[in-house]
Design a protein around this ligand. Structure first.
Ligand SMILES: [Zn+2]
Length: 487
């Protein structure tokens, strides 16, 4: 969940910073260390700017010579003034996060979306550091792969779309944008992504004796378009995302972010769905992962809760980001049945949903999806905003949702199975409790033996390589941790 556009309609008024009530997740030390070490596979729902620690954002803002503009209207100051302890540092950190606010309130919800307007832009000079920070933390949390959501050249691409404008003909508009100013920007974004991915490896000294932990985490990107922008701008961002997914090996999918219940988002929602359906067809690319149903009663009008998940799936979304409001969708049971049978995974972000929407415990969608057999994966969404780590979300699955040890294993397997990593799956069946390896690996046992045929199969693609590696790690973990500690 996030907002990326600087300076758009910041909801600044009346933000009270309260105690961190209710956001800590009570778990025994034994369970906490068990969960930290648990091989979690992949994280498929995290945003680069929201995942970066606020202290790092202050540093990056200072390095870029940026000014912090307090959301309460008080006098702006340079980020460099917030480098040392004091009121400026406190104001900047509170201005870019929600972790010291009361969870589940309208004020926290509104402040969250406003914070992105106050953050420094993560430009070329500091973006690589942000990737390094996020992947180092992911490695410490037992992850091997992340799909990180990010947009490059957002302002430039949006302006290019605005210059061309929108007609009723989606294809004619797409062609006009590509024949106009969009194509050189896509080429530039392509270079910047490649440069970042190479740069972060250098920064982390990967391949040397002093390699950072994050070298063990492979990164791919999910491109974000912004649902509150005018249609031509949102569409230009979508086109750029599909073009990049086509030509850049690091961009593996597309999503739509920002405040889902904003009036402009609701007004344009049917149009956005038509845009994705059109681009999916044009590019023959179904790697679409839309934020949908990131809403709850009290935070959105009832009419908004009725059909966003269903419509996003109809537009071609193969995964659903958040899906919190599933119980309020029309035909909810039938929709979950559809998701289960078509294996459309939902990215459940327990901490985010608790802090921003007040959805937790038995209220959470987790149990509804679990009972319906919908594949789930866990995500942390915006660790910097929540001052959290991926292990917090996994602990919540156990302490609040009573996830069992076998369910944790399923969550880990799901995270790679439903990723957009290139290559084939090692699984012939992913039915609950009936995971079965493909024929080429039928006689092989991860961590014990592997046939020549299976080795060839596994090495053929990134997804199969990571899945095999994950099975080896899981097997080793289960051997040393036969029982999950009590909460
Ligand atoms: Zn999100």
């Amino acid at each position: 969940m996030r907002r990326v556009v600087r300076g758009t309609a910041a909801l600044a008024a009346g933000v009270a910073v309260l105690a961190i009530a209710g956001t800590a997740c009570a778990a025994s030390p034994a369970l906490t260390s068990f969960m930290r070490a648990f091989p979690k596979g992949a994280e498929l729902h995290t945003h680069l700017s929201g995942a970066t620690r606020t202290t790092s954002l202050v540093q990056y803002g200072a390095e870029q010579g940026d000014t912090f503009t307090p959301l309460d209207g008080s006098t702006p100051f340079p980020f460099s003034a917030a480098l040392t302890p004091g009121p400026a540092r406190r104001a900047a950190i509170d201005g870019m996060s929600v972790y010291r606010m009361a969870p589940g309130t309208q004020a926290t919800h509104d402040h969250f979306f406003a914070t992105f307007g106050a953050m420094p832009d993560l430009q070329a000079r500091t973006r690589q550091q942000a990737y390094a920070e996020v992947t180092d933390r992911a490695a410490r949390g037992g992850l091997m792969y992340q799909e990180i959501m990010q947009t490059y050249l957002l302002g430039d691409i949006a302006s290019a779309g605005a210059d061309v404008g929108m007609s009723d003909d989606l294809e004619a508009t797409r062609v006009a944008m590509l024949n106009g100013p969009l194509t050189p920007l896509i080429a530039r974004a392509d270079r910047e992504v490649r440069n970042d991915m190479a740069g972060v490896r250098r920064l982390q000294r990967c391949g040397t004796a002093h390699a950072s932990a994050g070298c063990g985490v492979r990164v791919r990107l999910i491109w974000q378009s912004i649902r509150v922008l005018p249609p031509a701008e949102a569409y230009a961002l979508m086109i750029a995302g599909f073009e990049l997914a086509h030509r850049n090996p690091y961009v593996v999918g597309n999503t739509l972010v920002d405040r889902e219940e904003a009036p402009e988002s609701l007004r344009d929602f049917p149009l956005h769905m038509r845009m994705y359906a059109h681009l999916r067809q044009v590019y023959r690319d179904d790697r679409i992962d839309l934020h949908a149903g990131e809403m709850a009663p009290g935070f959105a009008p009832p009419s908004a809760l009725r059909d966003h998940i269903r419509a996003s799936i109809a537009a071609g979304s193969r995964r659903i980001g958040h899906g919190v409001d599933i119980r309020w969708e029309q035909g909810s049971a039938q929709l979950m049945h559809l998701m289960a049978s078509r294996r459309i995974a939902v990215e459940v972000n327990l901490k985010s949903n608790e802090v921003l929407l007040g959805i937790e415990g038995r209220d959470s969608q987790f149990d509804a999806y679990r009972r319906a057999g919908v594949p789930m994966v866990l995500g942390s969404d915006d660790q910097g905003e929540f001052n959290s780590a991926i292990t917090d979300d996994w602990l919540r699955a156990v302490t609040r949702q009573k996830a069992t040890y076998p369910e944790l294993i399923t969550l880990a397997r799901n995270s790679l199975e439903y990723s957009f990593a290139p290559g084939h799956s090692i699984w012939a069946s992913t039915a609950p409790r009936r995971w079965r390896l493909v024929g080429a690996c039928a006689t092989s046992v991860p961590g014990v033996r592997r046939s020549a045929e299976c080795t060839t199969y596994v090495h053929a693609g990134l997804k199969s390589r990571m899945q095999w590696d994950e099975e080896v790690r899981l097997r080793a973990f289960i051997r040393t941790h036969p029982v999950m500690p009590a909460a």
